[in-house]
Structures are given as structure tokens and as C-alpha cells.
Ligand binder design. Structure first.
Ligand code: NAD
Ligand code: UDP
Ligand code: UDP
Length: 331
């Protein structure tokens, strides 16, 4: 365990990191679970770009090979088709745990990755979510807020799964000395986002491109704060490399109603776009906005890209994918 604690205290000179990259830094071997997904694939690009070795574990439940295909053939990149619900043996310095089925198995996957971190002395980062705050009674939300989650509601599986994942993460830290980090991610958008998982930004952008009305749920006055994916990835890496466990809110404090978001999408993509009202889902949080003072102070991080700058950066990617889909259907 002596060797593990050395690796723990200094990730730059981790157990596996023996190959120099640049000056004063050793190459690390890093696992990204869910690395073929939206956020994961951007994170992998950053880690590969700075010279590290990356192993992606993904079962392609919502992720796609297309998101990482440009890395095939790179000797520092490895892709394993694997469900994190099953145990896996690897030797690594750091684990970014992003894989997250919206089902109770989420907890199993987190447990296995914590077990792996414990065995090899790797540093473990959990991507938790602003959903742990539920329908918040505090605004904006600080990390000290314990949340307002309905344990038996339709969204509970995801929310409670992440809350349990946070609990497990802290238990492995306190009980087994695993070095951990917890990020609470607020709504994030950008290229490679799932086209059809029903998130509001992907829905509005795809609808505007397809010349369909944008579906606004409820009265459209509920708010969210939207973060561009590269800002999030910078925050995740700053958190992993820094000295603080967290939890840290990672989000953009710019707050928009869904009607305002529709307006931005309309201005960005098609001035003739229209909206259509639909009933809202149960337990939908009324408002959400991160207080990011903790991340600013301790991670020296804050988002740089406002919504009006970030949205145009995902439009080409969406246009191309929608075009390919339509061609696939013979349209
Ligand atoms: P995503 O669905 O694009 O990525 C998740 C990836 O995990 C996919 O590639 C999927 O195939 C993979 N996966 C799912 N279950 C798996 C399993 N059992 N074994 C192996 N791989 C599995 O989602 P994302 O938006 O990139 O989210 C990444 C992480 O960030 C998730 O943990 C999510 O909860 C968290 N998060 C995202 C947002 C956001 O707005 N995008 C907000 C809050 C939290
Ligand atoms: N685990 C894993 N890879 C490893 C070490 C552990 O997938 O390298 C899994 C292990 O199979 C178990 C979980 O992680 O299901 C928790 O491991 P831990 O050692 O903490 O628990 P234990 O096996 O002692 O119950
Ligand atoms: N929403 C909407 N139209 C859509 C999809 C979602 O108005 O086509 C609303 C949804 O009711 C919620 C907000 O957008 O109030 C954000 O939903 P999303 O699923 O993107 O994120 P989350 O609720 O997880 O923050």
C-alpha cells in the first residue's frame, strides 16, 4: 500500500505514470467510464490532447463509437465495450466515472469503480448532478444545500442514484482512504449531445433544424442554467488535478426560462421557428442556477462561454447528424 499512497498523494507521478510527457509531468493512465458519451468523449479529447493514456469503458447504451472514432489507431487510446455493472480489473492512476444508466444499476457501477480505485490506489472522480438538489427551495443552489428530492417520483431513480453514488464515494474516502472528487454538473450542451434523449437544448435545436415547432413544456417559465461542454471539461480536469474533494457545482450561472431559451435557439438557427406548448412532466424543478463561488475560489475555475456563443458551436454537428439520419431513412 506504500506505493499506492505515493500515487494517491501525487497523481502526476502516479504508480503507472513512468513515461515523461513534456517538462515536469509524467504520462498517466486514465479510465473514463462513459467515455463514448457526450461529455466523456470531449473529456477524452482533452486528456489525449495533453499526452495521457486513456482507457474508455462504455457499453454504448447511449454513447456512440462515432464520438471517439477519430481516436482509433492512436496508441494512447483504448476502447473497451463493457458494462460497469460487472467488475473489471485494470491498472490506472485516475478514474473519471461518467457512465450512468438512469436505473438502479447506476449504484452498482459506481461501487465497482470505487472498488477498482481502492485496489489500485487511483484517484476517483464522480460526475454527480444538480438533480441531487431536486426541486430546490434555495436559489441559487450552494453545495451546502441538502436538496428537495421526492424519493418515490418518476425522476427519483436518477436523482437518488446519484445521491447514493455521492454517499458511496464519501464512504470509500472515509473508510478506505480512497482519494475522491465529486462534481455536481448542471445542464450542459454542445456537439455530440444525444439527439433524442429529450433534453431541452437538443430537442429545441433539432426541432428548429427540422423546421418543427419547439416543444415548450408547461408554461415555459421554469428556469435552467446552461453550460457549454468545454467549460465543464475544464472544470472536471481542474477538480481531478486539484486538492479539494468537493462537492463542487460545475455550471454556468447564466439563467434562462425555457421561453428565453427558445428565443435564443430561434435567433441562432431559424428566425421563423415557432413554439408549441406541451404538458410538463411530474416533479419538474421550477428553477435551477448554480452558485459557483466555491469552484471559483478553490479550483480557480469559471465558465467562459455564454449561451449565445455556445449554441452556434453545436449547430453544425446537429445539422450533419440530422442530415445523415434523414439520408439513412432514404428521405
Ligand atoms: P451520455 O449518455 O452521453 O454519456 C453516458 C455514457 O455512459 C454513454 O456513452 C453510455 O453508453 C455510457 N454508459 C451508460 N451506462 C453504462 C454502463 N452500465 N456501463 C458502461 N457504460 C455505460 O451522458 P452525458 O451527458 O455525457 O453525461 C455524462 C455524465 O455526466 C453522467 O454521469 C451524467 O449523469 C452526468 N451529468 C450530465 C449532465 C448533462 O447536462 N449532460 C448534467 C448532470 C450530470
Ligand atoms: N472491483 C472491480 N475491480 C477491482 C476491484 C474491485 O470491479 O479492481 C469491484 C468488486 O468486484 C466489488 C466492488 O468493486 O464488486 C467493490 O469492491 P470492494 O473491494 O470495495 O468490495 P468487496 O469486494 O470487499 O465487497
Ligand atoms: N423541456 C421543454 N421542452 C422539451 C424538453 C424539456 O420545455 O422539449 C423543459 C423541461 O420540462 C424542464 C427543462 O426543459 O423544465 C429542462 O429539461 P431537461 O430534461 O433538458 O433537463 P433537466 O430537467 O434534467 O434539468
Amino acid at each position: 500500500t506504500q506505493e499506492f499512497s505515493v500515487s494517491n498523494q501525487n497523481p502526476i507521478h502516479g504508480k503507472m505514470g513512468r513515461v515523461p510527457v513534456g517538462i515536469g509531468r509524467r504520462r498517466m493512465r486514465i479510465v473514463v467510464t462513459g467515455g463514448a458519451g457526450f461529455v466523456g468523449s470531449h473529456l477524452v479529447d482533452k486528456l489525449i490532447g495533453r499526452g495521457d493514456e486513456v482507457i474508455v469503458i462504455d457499453n454504448f447504451f447511449t454513447g456512440r463509437k462515432e464520438n471517439v472514432v477519430h481516436l482509433f489507431g492512436n496508441p494512447r487510446f483504448e476502447l473497451i465495450r463493457h458494462d460497469v455493472v460487472e467488475p473489471i480489473l485494470l491498472e490506472v492512476d485516475q478514474i473519471y466515472h461518467l457512465a450512468c444508466p438512469a436505473s438502479p444499476t447506476n449504484v452498482m457501477g459506481t461501487l465497482n469503480m470505487l472498488g477498482l480505485a481502492k485496489r489500485v490506489g487511483a484517484r476517483f472522480l464522480l460526475t454527480s448532478t444538480s438533480e441531487v438538489y431536486g426541486d430546490p427551495l434555495q436559489h441559487p443552489q450552494k453545495e451546502t444545500y441538502w436538496g428537495n428530492v421526492n424519493p418515490i417520483g418518476e425522476r427519483s431513480c436518477y436523482d437518488e442514484g446519484k445521491r447514493t453514488a455521492e454517499t458511496l464515494t464519501m464512504d470509500y474516502h472515509r473508510g478506505d482512504g480512497v482519494e475522491v472528487r465529486i462534481a455536481r454538473i448542471f445542464n450542459t450542451y454542445g456537439p455530440r449531445m444525444c439527439l433524442d434523449d429529450g433534453r431541452v437544448v437538443s430537442n429545441f435545436v433539432a426541432q428548429a433544424i427540422r423546421k418543427q415547432p419547439m416543444t415548450v413544456y408547461g408554461d415555459g417559465k421554469q428556469t435552467r442554467s446552461f453550460q457549454y461542454v468545454s467549460d465543464l471539461v475544464d472544470g472536471l480536469v481542474a477538480l481531478m488535478e486539484g486538492e479539494h474533494i468537493g462537492p463542487f457545482n460545475l455550471g454556468n450561472p447564466g439563467e434562462f426560462t425555457m421561453l428565453e431559451l427558445a428565443e435564443v435557439v430561434k435567433d441562432t438557427i431559424d428566425p421563423s421557428s415557432t413554439i408549441e406548448y406541451k404538458p410538463n412532466t411530474a416533479d419538474d424543478p421550477h428553477m435551477r442556477k448554480p452558485d459557483i463561488s466555491k469552484a471559483k475560489e478553490l479550483l480557480n475555475w469559471e465558465p467562459k462561454i455564454p449561451l449565445r456563443e455556445g449554441l452556434p458551436l453545436m449547430v453544425n454537428d446537429f445539422r450533419n447528424r440530422i442530415l445523415n439520419e434523414d439520408e439513412g431513412k432514404g428521405a
